[in-house]
Design a protein around this ligand. Structure first.
Ligand code: NDP
Length: 328
């Protein structure tokens, strides 16, 4: 089978290349899946390249998500021919992942492909899109309704941001999109953004305890100063779903004031260990609520050979929307 294998070179630096490897090298697991599509996420950029403390052992096959067809299964929940999706569980980091024609994983990690999506569409959504859905669900569970406006989405041109905008717009929300790439404004408006906010406007940490109330909800993919500013601009009693750290791991300039004086909630979103029932609920909501024609506009298709370059680009914030990897 063909796979993107990352090996340690003589100087200790990870080197990724496409190789033919024997299926017997696949790790242990109850289910073997013939992978059809994988994708590119920020974490994949780390696992293809520097490792980022995520990869446990080399040689390694990255790919934190995939969709395909069950080939063999020792678990009664899955049978040969079943279509399945995998995201999370540290697959592609601690366990070999989806950048190969086959993957072997635990049955507990797999979700049946939701009705209404094929394997390519499921990977157009991928981990980034599933996480965007989990963020929107968390905001809804904490009272967000379309009557309150607008919802702020940061890291807008990225995978999480693009899917969050399309989902929120389809659900009837006004969406303000924060981007550092003004040239993507038309793309973001086509997805459903009603307002474009320049990243520079929020890039400097504020010393103020609070700023004017602007946002009724927020899906934040970047953290850093932008999350610190967004928290101080939230309307009374609203929530921020913290998803990512594309702009830094700290919340710069953050104070306790938005929580105490405005009852703002900061909701942590984790897709990796998300319980099975909520994962199913999120995939069903995606099949129902994500406009598939919008999904197509945010997708680019790549091959295994393209991944070393694409991995470096996503780490520099240069990838737009979602990248699907056709592993065959
Ligand atoms: P992408 O690289 O596709 O998107 C990130 C976007 O953030 C970029 O497109 C860019 O958007 C913006 N950005 C990049 N660098 C900076 C910066 N220095 N400061 C401010 N904004 C920046 O990544 P994903 O959408 O796939 O993932 C986003 C984040 O979410 C990552 O940190 C990822 O690790 C995390 N994540 C977390 C998950 C979870 O389970 N919690 C699951 C999936 C992802 P623009 O050019 O429009 O400004």
């Amino acid at each position: 089978m063909r796979a993107l294998l990352v090996e340690k070179s003589e100087d200790g630096a990870p080197q990724a290349s496409v190789q033919y490897i024997d299926e017997s090298r696949l790790p242990e697991g109850e289910v073997t899946v013939a992978v059809e599509y994988s994708t590119l996420n920020y974490k994949d950029g780390l696992c293809i390249g520097p490792g980022g403390g995520l990869v446990r052992n080399y040689p390694h096959v990255p790919g934190i998500d995939f969709a395909g067809t069950v080939e063999t299964s020792d678990d009664s929940r899955f049978r040969p021919g079943d279509k399945v999706v995998l995201t999370g569980w540290r697959v592609g980091e601690a366990h070999w992942g989806g950048y190969a024609q086959k993957a072997r994983v635990k049955a507990d990690w797999l979700v049946p492909l939701p009705d209404g999506l094929d394997t390519r569409q499921a990977m157009a959504v991928g981990t980034a899109g599933l996480t965007a859905m989990l963020a929107v669900m968390a905001l809804e569970d904490h009272g967000l309704t379309p009557e309150q406006a607008p919802v702020l989405v940061t890291g807008a041109s990225g995978g999480v941001g693009s899917v969050a905008i399309a989902l929120l717009a389809r659900l009837g929300h006004e969406v303000a999109a924060v981007t550092g790439r003004p040239e993507n404004a038309d793309y973001l408006k086509d997805l459903g953004a009603t307002e474009i906010v320049a990243r520079d406007e929020l890039a400097e940490p504020s010393r103020k305890p609070l700023e004017g109330e602007r946002w009724s909800g927020c899906v934040d993919a970047v953290a850093g100063a932008i999350l610190g500013r967004a928290l101080k601009q939230m309307k009374y009693g609203t929530s921020v779903a913290a998803v990512g750290l594309a702009g830094g791991a700290a919340i710069e300039g953050a104070l306790i004031t938005p929580f105490l004086l405005r009852g703002v909630n900061l909701l942590g979103i984790d897709s990796v260990l998300q319980p099975y029932d909520n994962r199913r609920r999120a995939w069903d909501r995606i099949a129902r609520d994500l406009p598939l024609e919008k999904l197509e506009t945010m997708v680019e298709t790549a091959r295994l050979e393209d991944l070393p370059e694409l991995g470096a680009r996503i780490l520099k914030g240069q990838v737009k929307g979602r990248v699907i990897v056709d592993v065959n």
